[in-house]
Ligand binder design. Sequence first.
Ligand SMILES: *[C@@H]1O[C@H](CO)[C@@H](O)[C@H](O)[C@H]1NC(C)=O
Ligand SMILES: [Cu+2]
Length: 233
Amino acid sequence: MKVSTAIAAVLSASAASAHTIFVQLGANGKTNPVSYGIRTPSYDGPQTDVSSSNLACNGPPNPTTPSKDIIQVTAGSDVTAVWRHTLTSGANDVMDAGHKGPVMAYLRKVTDAKTDSGVGGGWFKIQEEGLNNGKWGTDTVINNQGNQVIRIPQCIANGQYLLRAEMIALHGARSVNGAQLYMECAQLNVTGGTGTGSPKTFSQSNDPGLLLDIYNVKQPFTYVIPGPPKFTC
Ligand SMILES: *[C@@H]1O[C@H](CO)[C@@H](O)[C@H](O)[C@H]1NC(C)=O
Ligand SMILES: [Cu+2]
C-alpha cells in the first residue's frame, strides 16, 4: 500500500512524542516488577546513531538505571518482554501505532550480567519479526498489549546472559540515522540448558533495513530484518 508523503509526514510528526521502553520481563511463570533486572532509562527516546556503542544496551542521552537483580530463566521456555510508552504506562499505551518496523531479541553470554556493558560483539539473535502481509513486528507487539514473546533456546549453555529486546521504528528511515531504535537489556541467569548449541555471535552492523522509505517503497516489497540470521538449536 502506498501512502502519500503528506500523510507520512503527519504520521511521523504525531509519532514523535510516543516512544517506548522495554520495562519488565515475564519469566518462569512470573511477571517481574517494572525495572526489575532490566536497565531501564528515565526517558523513552530512541537511539538513532547506528554507529554508536549505545545501541548495545541503550545509554546516553537516555540515562539508564543499573539493576542489582538477576532474573532466573529456564532454557527452552518463553519469556515476555513487556513494552510501554513510559515506565508508568498501562497495556493500552505501548507505543504510537505510527511507529512501524521490525522487532528482535538477542542474547550475549557474560561473566557478570550486572556489570557487563554489552558493548563489543558476542550477540546472537533468538527472535525476530519483520513485515508479513503488510503487518510489522511492532504492530504485533502493540496489538498484544506490549508483549514480545521470546523463546530462550533449549540448547544454550547455562549461566548469565544479557537479553536485548529491540523495536525499530522506520517512519523516519528515509534519511540516514532516521530510524528510531529502542532497546533495553535484561540481566538473566539461565538454567536447564543442554549446552549443545554453539551460536555464532555478531557485533552491530549497518543494515539496508534501517534506511528506506516505507511509505513509498516499490511493491511488491520484501523487508530484510537488520542483524544476523536468527539462531536455532
Ligand atoms: C544461577 O542459577 C544457578 C542454578 O540455580 C545458581 O546456582 C546460581 O547461583 C545462579 N546465579 C545467579 C547469579 O543468579
Ligand atoms: Cu518515537
